[in-house]
Design a protein around this ligand. Sequence first.
Ligand code: NAD
Ligand code: 4TP
Length: 341
Amino acid sequence: MSQKPLVLTLGDPAGIGPEITAKAWAALRHQPDLAFGLIGPIALIKGVFSDMDLPAPVAVSDYSDIPKTFADTLPVINLGDSPLVIAGKPDSALAPIITGSIAAAVTACLSGEAAGLITNPIAKEVLYKAGFSHPGHTEYLGELTKGAPHSGPRGPVMMLSGGGLRVALATVHLPLKDAASTLSMETIISTATVMHHALIRDFGVKNPRIALTGLNPHAGEGGALGREELEIINPAANALRSVGINATDAKPADTLFHAEAREGYDAVLAMYHDQGLIPVKTLDFHGGVNITLGLPIVRTSPDHGTAFGIAGQNIARADSVIAAIKSARNIANNRAKSNVG
Ligand SMILES: NC(=O)c1ccc[n+]([C@@H]2O[C@H](COP(=O)([O-])OP(=O)(O)OC[C@H]3O[C@@H](n4cnc5c(N)ncnc54)[C@H](O)[C@@H]3O)[C@@H](O)[C@H]2O)c1
Ligand SMILES: N[C@H](C(=O)O)[C@H](O)COP(=O)(O)O
């Protein structure tokens, strides 16, 4: 399978990224197939390793050095100097190194030097204050990769995996009041099409079954509680089925996520952010993974954020970032197989 290393972005260094990076490295150092390098100022990560009595990270100049170094210490693609970072104290002055780390990781994946990237959490508000114009990583990665060749329908599509669920979103980071007015047949069709192809290529699902949620309570109750199901979602489902994509008509979201339902589908397409992410994070907060579908590169992320309130206390759990690293390797391997096949 792909022997190229994975790369981990810095995220907001005032958050829990540095400590979960150290904990993930300590947990995975003897698993060479999960070797990863951090992209960021090495000065920002050394203190955490010292506090945890871990070997000091080392700067490497080439991505090919990551696998050779990983068992002994964390390899770092050094981005040079950084402004002062105080754990738990976000600072928009850090925005250039935060976004610079992401851009460098994308470049490494596009060049083939890295098999995939995992993003440490960012705090959107902090980046917005610095002029970051994208809603989050997902859209930024879409922009950074839009010119690169990609076999299959292009995203980006956000999908959270965890608790036995895979849930993608038809609308993402916009005010809830706008979610209904933004919802369209075109958005549902394009998102479900990306999901279908990704389930096959990235997850090895032979005949994907995608359940669509309704927008309204009880999926609109036949139109009595809203008409988006009758006028948008179900016509989109019909169009999807007409081209061979197995998508259901709108189903009531409050009963779609229970165990029996979960067994009936390979993924769910939810109509708005919290409708889809609450079940995943409720069932498996520390095992959940955020996966971006429809990109020419592999990208995963922990399902949590910067947790500024606990940053620097060494109590953050690395489970989710470890799950994200494993997921990135699995997807990279599946893509390598499908490219060969
Ligand atoms: N992947 C990402 O980049 C990502 C994901 C979600 C939220 N965010 C951003 O993070 C910021 C904070 O968001 P939030 O407070 O809603 O969510 P959060 O995930 O940062 O925190 C939610 C709660 O979970 C706890 N928590 C989070 N991660 C933990 C871990 N690894 N171990 C132990 N406890 C953990 C926090 O202490 C807090 O109590 C926001 O700016 C948001 O946009 C980023
Ligand atoms: N909606 C995501 C979540 O709750 O996990 C989170 O905001 C990350 O989004 P990006 O990966 O686009 O930054």
